[in-house]
Ligand binder design. Structure first.
Ligand SMILES: NC(=O)c1ccc[n+]([C@@H]2O[C@H](COP(=O)([O-])OP(=O)(O)OC[C@H]3O[C@@H](n4cnc5c(N)ncnc54)[C@H](OP(=O)(O)O)[C@@H]3O)[C@@H](O)[C@H]2O)c1
Length: 169
């Protein structure tokens, strides 16, 4: 099973603001859906706060096994699998026979899985100071970047973005 991470961050590493995404970028949302759904049977691992931030219409994220990390033994949802520790989240994805397992945030969950993924798909949003939640410390010297696409501002994307795939060197 492939383990990958996907994140959008501004030039200073900011990923969230007041419990939500700082920006609404159509192209990035379309890419997120295409990558995490793909053609296979995939899982997404997210923190309970990220789960709470999803709009009702996208919760659970369709066509994917939704694994939510919480330390609260009382937390449950009919449409999600709960994992009390990181190994349990991976175990659920294996037990579901998933082809790919995507770590989709937020900051606490990225920090936990940074050493367990083979690829990080990063959308860099060309702005700064976007909010109050930051991507964790990440030693990029151990990773190699391939820039896939640069997108300019347009009617559906308020900021220019660069989409890159980072692989462990
Ligand atoms: N830009 C992006 O790509 C992106 C992606 C995702 C999210 N975000 C943003 O990131 C922000 C949320 O990030 P966050 O770091 O505050 O929260 P988070 O990582 O989404 O969720 C944190 C929660 O995960 C659970 N948790 C943490 N460590 C755990 C562990 N070791 N074992 C079991 N459960 C554990 C806890 O849930 P309990 O409190 O229930 O115990 C904790 O409160 C939001 O603003 C969101 O919009 C951005």
């Amino acid at each position: 099973m492939k383990m990958a991470m996907i994140v959008a961050m501004d030039e200073g590493g900011c990923i969230g603001n007041q419990g939500d995404l700082p920006w609404r970028l159509k192209a990035d949302m379309v890419r997120f859906k295409a990558l995490t759904e793909a053609d296979g049977y995939n899982a997404v691992i997210m923190g309970r706060k990220t789960w709470d931030s999803l709009p009702d219409t996208f919760r659970p994220l369709p066509e994917r096994v939704n694994i939510v990390m919480s330390r609260d033994t009382g937390w449950s949802h009919t449409e999600a699998d709960v994992a009390l520790y990181p190994g349990r989240a991976i175990e659920i994805a294996y037990a579901e026979a998933c082809d790919e397992c995507w770590v989709i945030g937020g900051a606490q969950i990225y920090a936990m899985f940074l050493n367990q993924v083979e690829e990080i798909h990063v959308t860099t949003v060309h702005t700064s100071g976007s909010g109050d939640v930051m991507f964790p410390e990440w030693d990029r010297s151990a990773w190699t970047e391939t820039v896939v696409k640069n997108l300019e501002v347009d009617a559906e994307n308020a900021y220019a973005t660069t989409y890159s795939i980072w692989k462990k060197s």
